[in-house]
Design a protein around this ligand. Structure first.
Ligand SMILES: [Zn+2]
Length: 129
């Protein structure tokens, strides 16, 4: 049996295995904003194009950027939310880039990092503070 113990388990002999024990997330307050379109996140910025084809429209958000995938036509429908891909955003998270569907929440974590959460999961996991 000893050959299955992990490093550091010697001190823990006799203790209950952590596998199967239950834990509850600490009640940490986070900031979150629901995103539907470019510019919806408060840190996205408010600069607008001053000329050209997109004159007057918001410049790409600084937190939620444009979804760009050269091999995916913007008219393709998302397999998750069934909305056109050109309605989607893209966000850099600690684990890499992530697609943002319209209606996702953008959470600002304890390290100032941003990540998207689906509305249904957000509602199950968070309540207003
Ligand atoms: Zn989607």
């Amino acid at each position: 049996m000893d050959k299955f113990l992990c490093m550091g388990d010697d001190e823990k002999k006799g203790e209950k295995s952590p596998v199967g024990n239950r834990y509850r997330k600490l009640p940490i307050e986070i900031e979150a904003h629901r995103w539907f379109k470019n510019g919806d996140h408060p840190l996205d910025g408010t600069e607008r194009f001053t000329g050209g084809e997109f004159k007057g429209e918001l410049i790409e958000g600084k937190v939620v950027r444009y979804y760009r995938a050269p091999l995916v036509p913007g008219t393709d429908l998302c397999s998750i939310c069934i909305k056109p891909m050109h309605d989607h955003g893209w966000i850099d998270t600690l684990e890499g880039g992530h697609i943002v569907c319209p209606g996702d929440w953008i959470v600002t974590g304890v390290q100032g990092e941003h990540y998207p959460i689906k509305d249904s999961i957000f509602k199950e996991t968070y309540e207003e503070a």
